[in-house]
Design a protein around this ligand. Sequence first.
Ligand code: NDP
Length: 287
Amino acid sequence: MTARNIDGKAFAAGLRARVAEGAAEVIAKAGRKPGLAVVLVGEDPASAVYVRSKGKATIAAGMESFEHRLPADTSQETLETLVDQLNADPAVDGILVQLPLPRHLDESAIITRIDPDKDVDGFHPVNAGRLATGLPGFVPCTPLGCLMLLRDVHGDLTGLDAVVIGRSNIVGKPMAQLLIGDSCTVTVAHSRTLDLPAVVKRADIVVAAVGRAGMVKPDWTKPGATLIDVGINRTEAGLVGDIDPACAEVAGAMTPVPGGVGPMTIAVLLRNTLVSAARREGVTLSQ
Ligand code: NDP
């Protein structure tokens, strides 16, 4: 058996096209484009690539992109002043501060400074609390993208046994909350989990968000399981995920790396920005 390939790239292209239609509705009804502000501090090459592709995708979806590039030695005060300005700017519906920030800056203070209703990354504690308590808010883009792919594969997730490997605030924890919301039975595994292979082996759904190349092995995999690979690991062989590609011989469906979860993250960011613009302008989107 070879697992069905979950084509995140194609799904993300469809989502971006729907966002572009929604953006046109906001423009028609509110007379302005939805706007996303992206703040990059310093010259980390990977972050610069992400920011560039976010800007391009924003413009391609018919939205306004505001890029703010600040030098690596920017002070906390300067960055906080910029966040305050963006919070107050009516043309800005979403604010994203690219992480990680240079070490001398207090990341958590910056994240909590962003207006929760413009926090399209969903990292503000208010949005984490909203997700945990089932209130509407912004959900982190990567786990929400994973949920969309899972719903596309399974339809209804009710009663499925899901294991999330990783407990970070940006992927593992919100992923677990989303799966609970869809009535899965959820286990969150991490570096202190005992007998991880046995925990993974009982899962109908595995979401791996660790950052260890090829960690999940075929003999950990329940036959027919759906495997979602969030991991991005740069190796000599190129970009690889946390799931050994040989798991495809056992799994029922699996995301590739690259071309699986990665493209979903930016598409969901655009979706969150559109939803913010529609809320702020009182526009009801047709989809
Ligand atoms: P973190 O480093 O914040 O978290 C990694 C998690 O993995 C931790 O909870 C850690 O456990 C756990 N872990 C580490 N080693 C093991 C182990 N041997 N067994 C089980 N669990 C382990 O990473 P992120 O959540 O930010 O990202 C995870 C991966 O996803 C990375 O590869 C990252 O590059 C990728 N990523 C991809 C995105 C995309 O768009 N595709 C977006 C975001 C991230 P503990 O808490 O105990 O330390």
